[in-house]
Write a protein that binds this ligand. Sequence first.
Ligand SMILES: Nc1ncnc2c1ncn2[C@@H]1O[C@H](COP(=O)(O)OP(=O)(O)O)[C@@H](O)[C@H]1O
Ligand SMILES: [Mg+2]
Length: 313
Amino acid sequence: MPAVDEAVIRTAGLTKIYPKSETPAVDGLDLQVRHGELFGLLGPNGAGKTTTVGMLTTRVVPTAGQAWIGGIDVVGRSTLVKQVIAVVSQQNTLDRSLTVRENLFFHGLLFGYSRRSARRTADELLDRFHLARWADSPVRALSGGMAQRLMVARAIFHRPAVLFMDEPTAGLDPQSRLALWEILSGLIAEGQTILLTTHNMEEADQLCDRVAIIDHGRILALDSPAALKQAVDADTVVTVQAPGEPAELARLLAREVDGVNRTRLLPGGVELQVTVAGSNRLLPRVLNAAEGGGFQVADLSVAARPWRPSSSA
Ligand SMILES: Nc1ncnc2c1ncn2[C@@H]1O[C@H](COP(=O)(O)OP(=O)(O)O)[C@@H](O)[C@H]1O
Ligand SMILES: [Mg+2]
C-alpha cells in the first residue's frame, strides 16, 4: 500500500509548446499532489490549466519533462494510466443515444465489470447522485447540472486513483454549483484524490486542500487556501516580477488594485503593500490588473512581512 502522503500525481519540468507557438502553454511545471487531496489549479483564461490536465490524462503529449500518476509514467505507459484515472472535461461527453442508466452501465462493461455488477454499481451511483428518477430517460432530458453529475458518476465508476475535473463549475447555475461542491466534498471524505481547475478564487478557497496559482504555464504561488489567505490577512506584501518598466507597473497596480497602500520598485518588478481590506482575492486581482495593462507576470508571491518604511517609493 502506498504511504498516505505519497504523491499520486508528480510532474518534473512538464512542458508543452504547441506547434507554431513561440511561448510554452505549460512551462516546466513541478508539482506533487498527495493521496486524498483536492488540489486546485487556479488561473485566468489561457494560463495552461487545460493543457496541464491534458498532459496528465494522456490526451496531450508533452514537449519536455515527465509526469507520473501513482508512479506510472504518463507518456511511456499511457494505456495503463488511462485505466487508473478519470476525467470530467468541459464538454458534455455523455452518449446521447443511451439512457442515463445505460451511460453508466456500458462504462462498467468497458472497464471489465460483469453485467450484474455493472448494473448494481450503476444503480448505486444513480441513487447517490440523485439521478435515480431519470434512470431510464435519454440523457438529453437532463439539465446541465444533472448531466454533469452523471459525468462525475461515470468518471468515478471504476474507482480511479485520480479524478480530473477541468473547470467543473463554469457555466453551472448557483444551485448546481453547490450540488457539485457537496458531491466533491463527499468524494474527498471517502479518500478520492481530485485535481480540478478553476478560474474562481472563491471556489478554490471553498474546496481545495491546496491551490497552485498558475499563469503562462508557470506556478506563481502554491499553498493551502488558508495559508494563502493568512498571508494576505496580515500586513501583506505582494511581489510582482514582470519584464518592462517597474515604475509603470507600480503606477498601474496602485491605480487598478483596491487596497494598495504603497509600492516599491525592485529590479524587474515591484513590491506592493496591501491593506487587510484589500486582501480579498488579492493575487488574481493583481495578476489581472498587471496583464490587463500589458505586463507578462513572471512571478508573483505574497508574504505577511513588515513593510520597511524607510525605502518606500
Ligand atoms: N491545441 C492548441 N493549439 C495551440 N495552442 C493552444 C492549444 N490549446 C491551447 N493553446 C494555447 O495554450 C495556452 C494555454 O491554453 P489552455 O491550456 O487552454 O489554458 P486554460 O485552460 O488555463 O485556459 C493558451 O495560450 C492557448 O491559446
Ligand atoms: Mg481551460
